[in-house]
Design a protein around this ligand. Structure first.
Ligand code: ADP
Ligand code: MG
Ligand code: MG
Ligand code: MG
Length: 679
């Protein structure tokens, strides 16, 4: 989440005149950051996670489970600007606002030390403290913080507590009232400005799961006929598709919860290499964590959230999308008449579009890399020789750039690929501009840069340092990479396991230098595979299998199941075995604390391995099977309020490690380990 400025947000019609101004100063700010951090290297390996929660109110008498809109005190007290913030800090945690008023985000207060094995053992404990503190802070003890990716009946009748009616001007949604949006002015403005820029409401159509009694031929029966806003008929003008779950509001996507991890790389070149290495791991992590079988009270024919969010914040007008306009709508949406409109293949929220290139790092005398050639590679001079593994032809999907931004970054010393990366992000318009924050000091502030950077929501984010991050100023973060594809899981155990595993895998990548490059179109295709039902067990993902054997061999790309990718097979050392080997070859195990940490990592690896092999079901499969066996389920793909209540209660038991549920979900080995370890 970017910064939350106080002040007056401009509506789209007022704000769009400042678009170029914000971009220009955003780039000045980036250049200043880049220059300040020049020569910075050997940064410590810190990392941290972010967990998002739904605040769910369970009423056992009425047998309902609803999203609570009343628990705003948690953030008012314990958030970054909270009056009792110190109470959270004292326990090593911090709360952050999220899009939904029914949501919370929490992180560790300090990043973890990724260079000692003990650092990895803190994660789950820290997550557990976050949940307890959040729970204790709730005014209503029937509300608890649940880690579900999508709330199953969001957008259905009576899904909020207290009751609300969808008729809000910001989203104009037929299903989601504006009351579900975080009350900070940024969020309703963001919602409205996306709609205004696009020229119509967002339209998300997710394939409906076809059960024996499912109606696949008609439009979603939950779409009401209404005449409150001009866009109320959009669904009937083609925005909604038959056989699909139709959603028309930002909240359906940004109201989803996910797990993110951010790591600090030793320097900019290592950050580029880690970023590139994870481009094609990201779709696999999405599939491995699949947890979204239900949307708006309907079973979906897919298991993940990703394209719901892509659609939910898609501010492109029809002309930019290359699509026909709805009757009565403008092809250019709310874009100013004199503005340049180009074809933009993807939403602001989507997978990574291009590699950054693993610019050569020359090992220094201390064995660590030193920045050598940033700034020297130009478009004309670029060749494979500039990179360790990357080749320009691997960036084979269309990703338009902002030419003025590119030229400016090149003249400021950014090499071709780095300039192209930011010039691509900068094809987007700022969505919310605060009147009081237009004039900024580009030498010290970064709001304009972050305005565009943090509303490009890709599977990975390349996070630059700030202007304060001069070499040696180690207390200020350096170059970081955020890994963003994962769905949130029900238990802290799973979330810790996925977070820790991804980070240790990144460590293993830095140490063993694999070549995971595939044409980026292959990673795109993998993202599509991650959007098929049962992707966790049935999906096949294109992956470079001769990745561990150096740079000069010709690439061999095989179609792997998650089992083969994570557990390995004769031709490929899997991601779990190599991470396990990394732990074994890297950390000293002398103290009891270190032995305990090692044991914990081993159980995490077992869990990941069993999930990948299908021995442990995906969260999506587990939820789907609960619904299919529910006595009230009519095989029409619909989830009513009572199935929803039973499901939420069932998952709450899992979240609390009820032994019956843990053995059903995790299987004997892990559930026995859990009961032996006081879960
Ligand atoms: P955002 O929402 O923009 O991704 P957050 O502040 O919510 O940002 O989360 C940032 C994450 O990065 C947290 O998990 C935090 O612990 C972690 N973090 C903070 N400083 C560093 C650092 N120097 N290196 C790596 N991770 C860091
Ligand atoms: Mg968040
Ligand atoms: Mg955050
Ligand atoms: Mg984040």
């Amino acid at each position: 989440m970017g910064l939350l400025s106080q002040g007056t947000p401009l509506s789209w019609a007022e704000s769009r005149q400042y678009n170029d101004y914000v971009r220009e100063h955003g780039i000045n700010q980036l250049v200043n950051c880049f220059n300040a951090a020049k020569g910075r290297h050997n940064d410590h390996f810190f990392w941290g996670d972010e967990i998002e929660y739904h605040m769910i109110r369970i009423d056992d008498k009425a047998k309902t489970a609803q999203l609570s809109l009343k628990e705003t005190e948690v953030l008012k007290n314990l958030g970054e600007h909270g009056k009792d913030k110190q109470r959270a800090i004292d326990q090593g945690i911090l709360f952050h606002p999220e899009y939904g008023r029914f949501m919370l985000e929490a992180t560790p207060y300090q990043p973890y030390d990724g260079e000692t094995i003990e650092g990895y053992a803190e994660v789950e404990q820290n997550m557990s403290v976050r949940r307890t503190v959040a729970h204790n802070e709730m005014g209503d003890k029937n509300v608890h913080a649940a880690t579900l990716t999508a709330f199953p009946t969001m957008g259905c009748d009576d899904f909020t507590y207290p009751k609300t009616v969808p008729k809000g001007p910001s989203s104009q949604s037929l299903f989601l009232p504006d009351e579900v949006i975080n009350q900070h002015v940024r969020f309703p403005t963001l919602t409205a400005n996306i709609r205004r820029r696009r020229g119509q409401k967002v339209a998300i159509n997710i394939p409906l799961f076809e059960d024996t009694n499912t109606d696949m031929t008609h439009l979603d029966s939950s779409i009401p006929k209404r005449e409150l806003f001009s866009g109320d008929d959009e669904a009937f003008l083609g925005a909604a598709k038959p056989g699909h779950i139709y959603m028309d509001s930002m909240g359906f996507g940004m109201g989803c919860c996910c797990l993110q991890v951010t790591l600090q790389a030793p320097d900019i070149n290592e950050a580029r290499y880690v970023y590139d290495s994870f481009v094609n791991i990201a779709p696999a992590l999405l599939a491995l964590t699949a947890a979204t079988p239900i949307l708006k009270g309907r079973l979906a024919d897919q298991d993940v959230r990703w394209n719901v969010i892509s659609g939910a914040v898609d501010d492109r007008c029809p002309e930019e999308r290359g699509e026909a306009t709805l009757q009565g709508h403008k092809a250019r949406g709310g874009i100013a008449d004199n503005a340049n409109v180009i074809y933009i293949p993807k939403s602001r929220y989507d997978s990574v579009d291009q590699y950054l290139g693993d610019i050569h790092s020359q090992p220094g005398i201390d064995g660590l890399s030193h920045i050598t050639s940033v700034g020297t590679v130009s478009k004309e001079s670029e060749s494979s020789a500039d990179y360790t593994y990357f080749e320009p032809s691997l960036n084979d999907v269309e990703s338009p750039i902002n030419p003025a931004v590119y030229a400016k970054l090149r003249s400021a010393g950014f090499d071709h690929r780095l300039a192209r990366h930011f010039a691509h992000l900068y094809i987007r318009d700022p969505l919310v501009i605060f009147k009081e924050k237009i004039k900024q000091d580009d030498a010290t502030e970064t709001d304009h840069f972050e305005n565009i950077q943090s509303t490009n929501w890709q599977t990975l984010r390349f996070k630059p340092p700030t202007q304060k991050a001069t070499p040696g100023n180690d207390s200020v973060p350096g170059w970081r990479v955020e890994i963003r594809p994962m769905e949130i899981s029900v238990t802290d155990f799973e979330n810790a396991a996925f977070g820790v595993f991804s980070i240790l895998l990144a460590r293993a990548v830095i140490k063993y230098r694999p070549n995971f490059y595939v044409p980026i179109s292959v990673a795109e295709q993998n993202m599509k595979v991650a959007h098929t039902r049962r992707c966790t067990t049935d999906g096949k993902f294109g992956f470079r299998v001769n990745s561990w054997h150096g740079q000069n061999e010709e690439s061999v790309i095989a179609q792997l199941s998650l089992d083969q990718l994570f557990n390995g097979y004769e031709d490929f050392e899997g991601l779990v075995p190599v991470t396990r080997r990394y732990v074994h070859e890297t950390f000293e195990i002398k103290t009891e604390q270190q032995r305990n940490a090692q044991e914990l990592l081993e159980i995490y690896f077992k869990f990941i391995s069993k999930r990948a092999s299908g021995e442990i079901p995906s969260t999506a499969k587990f939820i789907r099977s609960f619904v299919m066996h529910h006595p009230e389920y009519k095989h029409d793909s619909k989830i009513n309020s009572s199935i929803n209540y039973d499901l939420i209660k069932y998952l709450q038991r899992l979240e609390r490690y009820d032994p019956e549920l843990t053995s059903e979900f995790f299987g004997k080995e892990i559930s026995t380990w859990m009961s032996d370890h006081g879960y």
